[in-house]
Design a protein around this ligand. Structure first.
Ligand SMILES: Cc1ncc(COP(=O)(O)O)c(C=O)c1O
Length: 465
């Protein structure tokens, strides 16, 4: 049987019972046959060389040659290119994987909020950053050494936050985590006392708090942001808020409310500032983070989900000193730390200026998409009242009472257009006004125009135009 005897090939699980009366070459042939039949060894996959397999199993090479010979004669194996041995195509059990599990978009035009332009992920620059970072990092970084994040990564994040958001960022107070989502989950485990959250607010954060046994106290939001008087009137000792760009309404916390919120945060109280898309303000310079004014009373949260890609799962928390150890422990117990490979690449991407360059590009791209959405709405869905500031990667619209939003959403889905309503953002979805959160950053201007035109047509057919 042809066999180069030099290639290593894949590792295989084959159990041999040396006490059995069945000869070892038969046991080996049986084990491999089972693996092929069950689909554990896929058609066309390369077998280990006889030299390697014999060494792995601690048997003679002759024995492996004999087993391969049997299976070749039976049609389970064949000789491939370069003298390798490959698995033949046989009918395998249905448990065999039918190929990679693809992420197939279910919608042609996806207005779901929360995504930057995924096609613009800077693949080449990220690869370069990864390569450069890997070349420079010491081997100890690959251990279990820093559940709260590699020093180089925390330092790079601290520099960036100081520079762009006015955050008081001491790398020792930073815990890197798997997005803002994990930050909220870890804080839920670390904080004592009731936690308040904006209503409407990001539905996922409310669910995470509930999942951790906390029913957030709902605090109303108006055109000036979170209602601090209502917050002061409840017994919450921490509040989760989005001051730079309220999620989902898009309003910016007014100067008066900022002052009031900071005054509310007396010792023993905590503001959790979710700065989720503050990188994008199209009409004026962004307001600095609250944390910069009161670093001992604010936990600052951020991530790369709106700047690079949610799939990266890179996020950070900047903590007041008294919480650092507790949150580090919670992170360590949750997953012993985020992937060092991502941290290495991100640190390098930040320090090399790649992140700034990418953000500048995106800041040039998104206003045109936002403008396309506004123009299409005013033309095809004039009932939609646009809320909030010119910022971020989504915009929120409200419709008059009685607008047939559910039916419109259903019809849109039939046309492979995805819409996300305001309902889940409310602590009690039954109290939500009819409204949509429309993500635009991950759609082309053509998709936006086509999508909204179809929505307008559907609204017209429903008698709502
Ligand atoms: C209000 C808000 N905060 C944070 C995030 C980001 O979460 P993560 O960093 O876990 O992806 C989102 C994403 O949609 C969001 O809407």
């Amino acid at each position: 049987m042809a066999d180069s005897g030099t290639s290593s090939g894949p590792e295989l699980l084959v159990e041999l019972d040396r006490d059995s009366k069945v000869p070892l070459h038969r046991q080996l042939a049986d084990g491999l046959r089972d693996a092929i039949r069950s689909g554990r060894l896929a058609p066309a996959s390369r077998m280990p060389s006889t030299r390697v397999l014999s060494a792995d199993l601690g048997v003679s090479r002759r024995l492996v040659v004999e087993a391969y010979g049997h299976l070749t004669a039976e049609g389970f194996l064949h000789s491939g290119q370069g003298g390798s041995t490959r698995v033949a195509a046989v009918d395998a059990a249905p448990c065999r994987s039918s190929g990679p599990d693809r992420v197939r978009p279910r919608f042609d035009i996806d207005f779901a909020p929360g995504s930057p332009d995924l096609a613009s992920f800077p693949r080449q620059a990220w690869l370069r950053a990864m390569r450069q970072g890997l070349a420079e990092i010491e081997s100890s970084a690959f251990g279990y050494s820093a559940p709260h994040g590699l020093p180089a990564a925390r330092s790079a994040v601290a520099d960036y936050l100081r520079r762009t958001r006015g955050v008081v960022a001491d790398p020792r107070h930073i815990v890197l985590c798997s997005g803002a989502t994990q930050a909220v989950a870890l804080l839920a485990r670390c904080l004592d006392g009731p936690i308040a959250a904006e209503n409407p607010g990001f539905w996922l954060h409310r669910m995470i708090l509930r999942h951790n046994g906390i029913e957030p106290v709902p605090i109303p939001v108006d055109a000036n942001g979170i209602d601090v008087a209502a917050l002061a009137a409840c017994d919450a000792t921490a509040v989760l808020t989005t001051p730079a760009h309220q999620s989902p309404t898009g309003v910016v916390l007014s100067a008066v409310r900022r002052t009031a919120l900071l005054e509310w945060a007396q010792p023993g109280r905590l503001i959790i500032e979710d700065d989720y898309d503050a990188e994008y303000r199209y009409d004026r310079a962004p307001v600095g983070a609250l944390q910069g004014v009161a670093p001992d009373r604010v936990v600052y949260l951020g991530s790369t989900s709106k700047t690079l890609a949610p799939g990266l799962r890179i996020g950070w928390m900047v903590l007041p000193a008294h919480l650092v150890q507790r949150v580090r422990t919670a992170k360590s117990l949750a997953d012993t730390g985020s992937s060092v490979m991502d941290q290495i690449a991100f640190a390098q991407f930040l320090t090399s200026g790649g992140y700034d360059r990418h953000l500048r590009q995106m800041r040039r791209r998104y206003p045109a998409r936002r403008a396309a959405l506004l123009a299409a709405l005013s033309r095809h869905l004039p009932q939609a009242e646009v809320l909030g500031a010119a910022a971020g990667v989504h915009l929120t619209v409200r419709f008059p009472e009685g607008f047939p939003l559910e039916e419109l959403t259903r019809r849109a889905a039939e046309s492979r257009i995805r819409l996300e309503s305001l309902g889940p953002c409310y602590a009690d979805p039954a109290t939500a006004p009819p409204g949509l959160i429309l993500g635009y950053a991950n759609l082309t201007e053509d998709q936006i125009a086509t999508g909204v035109q179809m929505l307008g047509q559907a609204a017209h057919e429903l008698g709502a135009a």
